[in-house]
Write a protein that binds this ligand. Structure first.
Ligand code: DUC
Ligand code: ZN
Length: 458
């Protein structure tokens, strides 16, 4: 079947242009002025923005954290993703320490296959390093996994400096790319122990035990390790000006460093943890934590200048009931916030219309750059001949209020409660099929395809 999207403004990483889009089956067949296609179904998108489906390269669906499992699995998480204009997620397959990468990969396929409503792929978490795992890397590439993840914190997953060095060297040799969660584990543990000793177990202690300088320290250390390994790295969920300064220093030395941030770090500030209402405050517990407001303008500036390449969500959702496990001890609150459903509208509303970033930068950071960085370009991330027909139809006039009760994700709340959007997502098309219409998700479990990815080309 052919579809002709007529009268809209097409957005790319270069800017905007008035153009029609012809879709044939799952692919874009033409982009141009005044297209005609006899027999095609015409979709009138006059006055609307047409953006390439967003890619969220940092989600955690169906993940066990602190003795509980995220509220969203692949079915509900991908449904929420589509609702927010995200047509592709890259989740983190996560073997337990002692397991092989194959075991972790198989487990993530079992969680996602036949259940995902949007397209999906996996990064592979490396939380252990031995000859078996090293020998598995080629199979990972063959299975379409070209990106990896390491943690510098969390005992169950963290690696020491020497192991990080060896992994980076090996990935460099194979042409892979690695994202790293950067926080100084040892000092954070010491600060937590002090809080426990003094009985300061409320949520407001959470950001105090994970200060920005301990993120910056880990970023600086990682970047020196990467320098020794002569390898590129991705700093995932960067939150602070202090950490970004370390990236700048490494780039001045000639290193290749990619940076990701998330809406919660761009739009919220540390005061969210001071709420007297435990449930409200706990809803924002994530790591790294939400920072002091002065960091926000540095992050927006970083996006504007191209120093930060991607905006993902780190979607890791828990209900109020799950968060309540830590009512008497903030360290028992499962860490993570929902975000996959709101990212596009938030960035448009509070980034583009406030002129912090351009529409082209929004398109780069939500679609084009993640597609290039994670080996999906030009199949994904751009609206051009031959690309998948993943489209977000954005209505700049459809302002509305973000409400937890309206979310299709299962957390039962949103960290952005009460935010008033500028415009809104009218439709989402996944490979030529209408997946969301005016907020109603039409896509079904199993409509999402597993994506074999190539290597980084950003
Ligand atoms: N941070 C969180 O808050 N949750 C999941 C993983 C992470 O890095
Ligand atoms: Zn994460």
């Amino acid at each position: 079947m052919k579809l002709l999207f007529k009268g809209g403004t097409v957005v790319s990483g270069h800017g905007t242009k008035r153009a029609d889009i012809l879709v044939d089956g799952e692919k874009i067949a033409a982009v141009g002025r005044n297209l005609s296609a006899p027999g095609a179904q015409v979709v009138d998108v006059t006055g609307k923005l047409l953006m390439p489906g967003f890619i969220d390269a940092h989600t955690h669906f169906d993940l066990e954290v602190a003795g509980t499992v995220t509220a969203d699995d692949f079915a509900s998480g991908s449904r929420a993703a589509l609702r927010g204009g995200t047509t592709t997620v890259v989740d983190f397959a996560c073997p337990n320490k002692g397991e092989t990468l194959h075991t972790g990969l198989q487990r993530w396929h079992e969680k996602a296959d036949g259940r995902a409503c949007c397209d999906y792929s996996f990064h592979m978490t490396i939380d252990d390093w031995n000859e078996t795992i090293e020998a598995e890397l080629d199979d990972m590439y063959a299975a379409g996994i070209s990106s990896f993840k390491m943690y510098m914190t969390y005992p169950a997953m963290m690696l020491d400096d020497s192991t990080i060095y060896h992994v980076l060297k090996k990935l460099k040799e194979k042409g892979g790319i690695c994202g790293v969660h950067c926080e100084n584990s040892g000092v954070i543990d010491a600060l937590i122990a002090e809080k426990k000793t003094s009985g300061q177990l409320g949520v407001s202690s959470h950001p105090q035990t994970r200060p920005d300088y301990l993120e910056a320290e880990a970023v600086a250390r990682l970047l020196r390790i990467a320098q020794a390994a002569d390898a590129p790295v991705i700093i995932v969920h960067l939150t602070s000006a202090a950490a970004l300064r370390e990236v700048e220093a490494a780039r001045k030395r000639g290193q290749t460093v990619y940076v990701e941030t998330c809406p919660q770090y761009l739009l919220l500030d540390e005061s969210v943890y001071d709420n007297e209402d435990f449930t409200k405050a706990a809803g924002y517990v994530c790591a790294p934590p939400i920072r002091k407001s002065e960091n926000q303008k540095v992050l927006w500036q970083g996006l504007r200048r191209g120093e930060i390449q991607t905006i993902s969500t780190d979607h890791c959702s828990f209900t109020a009931e799950q968060k309540a496990r830590g009512r008497d001890d903030f360290t028992a609150i499962p860490g993570g916030v929902p975000g996959v459903e709101t990212r596009g509208e938030l960035i448009y509303s509070f980034g583009v219309t406030t002129r912090k970033i351009s529409l082209a930068t929004m398109c780069k950071t939500l679609s084009e750059n993640p597609a290039r960085l994670y080996g999906l370009f030009p199949r994904k991330g751009i609206l051009r001949l031959g690309s998948d027909a993943d489209l977000v139809i954005y209505d700049p006039q459809a302002d509305h209020v973000i409400r937890g009760e309206d979310m299709v994700g299962r957390a039962g709340y949103t960290p952005f409660e009460g935010f008033v959007t500028r415009g809104g997502i009218e439709q989402v098309w996944l490979r030529g099929k209408l997946a969301v219409n005016h907020g109603t998700v039409l896509a079904q479990e199993g409509d999402g395809q597993y994506l074999i990815r190539g290597k980084n080309a950003l």
